[in-house]
Design a protein. Structure first.
Length: 300
């Protein structure tokens, strides 16, 4: 297993029925954990079989499954949204087979309505899901991605800013509800991530390893709603964040989770350079956590 007091660093591995095969292909690069993520539904994947397949791949290694993830809109009322809720329930029921107690995803949203209008529906859906999870020793964490939405309107996720988090956790004050946080999405809202991290670290159950580059000159000239993009998602090590400071604040706050790199967004290290970027991010984050664990001498 990973050394005590270390924060495992891995990557997202959402390849459906080929997930175990994908993990086998990238495991030699040194990833220490994997988030098994799904888009909206399980798409026919049987979680017990997938758990067995992944278990065989990871056998003999020190790597582990950090979380399961379901990314859809569980607050919606379409047939697809109902399938997302079913996927959440299945992930909660089967998390133990993967050796994890954590399921992550979007909080969802009542479409095209202001954030507060989603809270009654959030209370209903995640009141039920949080109780189901608690009965099984499972925690739930919400990703902080706006998915193109804002306070006034959106299609996917209300869990993108502190004011929304306060409404959510007040509506469902369950100890097993928390955040899946990353600095990238805060930077894309021109929020300074470090003060926010210090304030909310006790509610952060999982981290996505994704960074951002913000072009302040573009903001100064065109604003944030003009025709020129002002922020780009990056692999850690290529963006603006100081991950040494971020990991220090996680340690100071007692963070006991993992960091899983969220790839496939970097505008430069993509395509044939995707895994080059992800492995660079892995090495960068490992160094930012202090490098290799070194045990203190006994008796001193």
């Amino acid at each position: 297993m990973i050394a005590p007091h270390q924060i495992p660093i891995g990557t997202m591995a959402g390849k459906g029925p080929r997930t175990a095969e994908y993990i086998a292909a990238i495991l030699p690069h040194g990833f220490e954990c994997f988030q098994i993520n799904f888009w909206k539904t399980l798409d026919g994947v049987k979680l017990p079989k997938l758990a067995d397949d992944i278990g065989r791949v990871l056998a003999g290694s020190e790597a582990m499954v950090s979380t399961l993830g379901v990314y859809g809109n569980p607050l919606g009322e379409t047939a697809a949204d109902t399938e997302t809720v079913r996927a959440w329930k299945a992930a909660i029921d089967n998390a133990h087979l993967f050796g994890t107690d954590l399921v992550c995803g979007f909080a969802g949203r009542v479409r095209n309505k202001p954030v507060p209008d989603s809270i009654p529906r959030f209370r209903k859906i995640f009141g039920d899901l949080s109780r189901r999870a608690a009965d099984r020793g499972v925690r739930i964490a919400f990703e902080n991605c706006p998915m193109g939405g804002n306070w006034r309107t959106g299609d996917w996720n209300i869990a993108f800013c502190p004011s929304a988090w306060e409404l959510m956790f007040d509506a469902v004050p369950a100890a097993n509800l928390g955040l899946e946080w990353e600095p990238c999405h805060q930077m894309g809202q021109l929020i300074d991530p470090l003060p926010q991290l210090r304030k909310w670290v006790g509610k952060i159950f999982h981290m996505h390893g994704k960074d951002a580059t913000v072009y302040r000159d573009v903001v100064a000239e065109n604003g944030v709603d003009g025709p020129v993009p002002f922020a780009f998602h990056r692999h850690p090590g290529f963006g603006d964040s100081n991950w040494t400071d971020i990991i220090s604040e996680l340690r100071r706050g007692g963070f006991a989770g993992s960091i899983d790199i969220e790839g496939w967004h970097d505008p430069v290290y993509k395509g044939d350079l995707e895994m080059t970027g992800q492995v660079h991010a892995l090495r960068h984050l490992q160094q930012a956590r202090g490098g290799a664990f070194v045990a203190n001498p006994e008796g001193f």
